[in-house]
Design a protein around this ligand. Structure first.
Ligand code: FES
Length: 319
């Protein structure tokens, strides 16, 4: 449950369908600090928890700023937030958490943002600018009306390091990601990217030959793939390693739900395979991984039960 109660101090229209929300402590106290790339869990409404990246300069302690694109075809978080949040309202959020951290000591940092994927990268750019580091921010958007935080970006970053790419809705007319990443690949350069599904795939494809550990990304929305939180076919069995207890997950039920009913509480947040809050170890069985956050090594021993499920009939959980 989000532990901070903050006040919505300001709401700004940043671009078409994009609002920024400035959240402050109701008594003006300093907020828990954060590193660039961090996000907060936001209680959008009762029972509706969503994650939003912090976009403001990370040295700021008096406020959190999130940018929210209204997506009426999404799961309802952003449209509810746009419709219901008002200036002066109290809202509940978690302390910042970072799954998309800048790597210290990088010779050069290349930041690629697609649409609202700008938000974590904007905070990174503020930090890199303040450090006098070598970086470039490429921000891809449809048109001038969909460029968020434009004045702030132009006013606070080195204009020579900020590159806007407007494609009019046709990615082939926008940034040539493959050419850029082929040009930029090199010793000590780290790549960070965040954006919609097509943009993420283009960045992943174009950076597949970059050195291990030099590519970092964050999905803000789960890519389109079958959601596997319900048990298919005949269901399956979970075994709790510490007790040997067995739980049957029938068709149509989720793992987290069945565990909770059995008194085993698995914390969840995004419930979309994006945040790793529900990450759980397993000792036996195979998993059909559906998350966007665990690396291949980690997937050999852990999975995200909010979206992933066993391939076979039995999964032994390290609980
Ligand atoms: S709750 Fe976020 S990955 Fe499962």
């Amino acid at each position: 449950m989000p532990e901070l109660e903050l006040l919505v101090r300001q709401i700004r229209l940043e671009a078409r369908n994009i609002h920024s929300y400035e959240l402050v402590h109701p008594q003006g106290r300093a907020l828990p600090g954060f590193e660039p790339g961090a996000h907060i869990d936001v209680q959008v409404a009762d029972g509706l928890l969503r994650q939003y990246s912090l976009s403001n300069p990370p040295h700021e302690r008096h406020r959190y700023v999130i940018g929210v694109l209204r997506d009426d075809s999404g799961r309802g978080g952003s449209s509810t937030l746009h419709q219901s949040w008002r200036v002066g309202q109290r809202v509940r959020v978690s302390e910042p958490r970072n799954l998309f951290a800048l790597q210290p000591g990088a010779r050069r940092s290349l930041l690629l943002a697609g649409g609202i994927g700008l938000t974590p990268l904007k905070s990174m750019a503020h930090r890199l600018h303040a450090q006098g580091a070598d970086y470039e921010l490429h921000y891809c958007a449809r048109d001038a009306d969909s460029v968020a935080f434009a004045d702030e970006l132009r006013g606070e970053l080195d204009p020579a390091r900020l590159h806007l790419h407007l494609d009019g809705g046709d990615p082939s007319r926008g940034l040539d990601i493959a050419a850029l990443l082929a040009r930029e690949r090199g010793d000590g350069t780290h790549l960070y990217y965040c954006g919609p599904a097509g943009f993420m795939k283009a960045c992943a494809d174009a950076s597949s030959d970059w050195a291990a550990g030099s590519v970092h990304f964050e999905h803000f929305k789960a890519p389109d793939k079958p959601v596997a939180d319900a048990a298919p076919g005949d269901g399956f069995t979970l075994q709790i390693a510490s007790s040997g207890r067995r739980l049957q997950v029938p068709p149509g039920r989720g793992i987290v739900e069945v565990l909770r009913e059995a008194g085993i509480d698995i914390a969840t947040s995004c419930e979309a395979g994006l945040c790793a809050t529900c990450k759980t170890g397993y000792l036996q069985g195979e998993v059909e991984h559906q998350d966007c956050i665990l690396g291949a090594d980690e997937q050999r021993t852990h999975f995200t039960p909010c979206v992933s499920r066993p391939k076979g009939g039995l999964l032994v959980l390290d609980l």
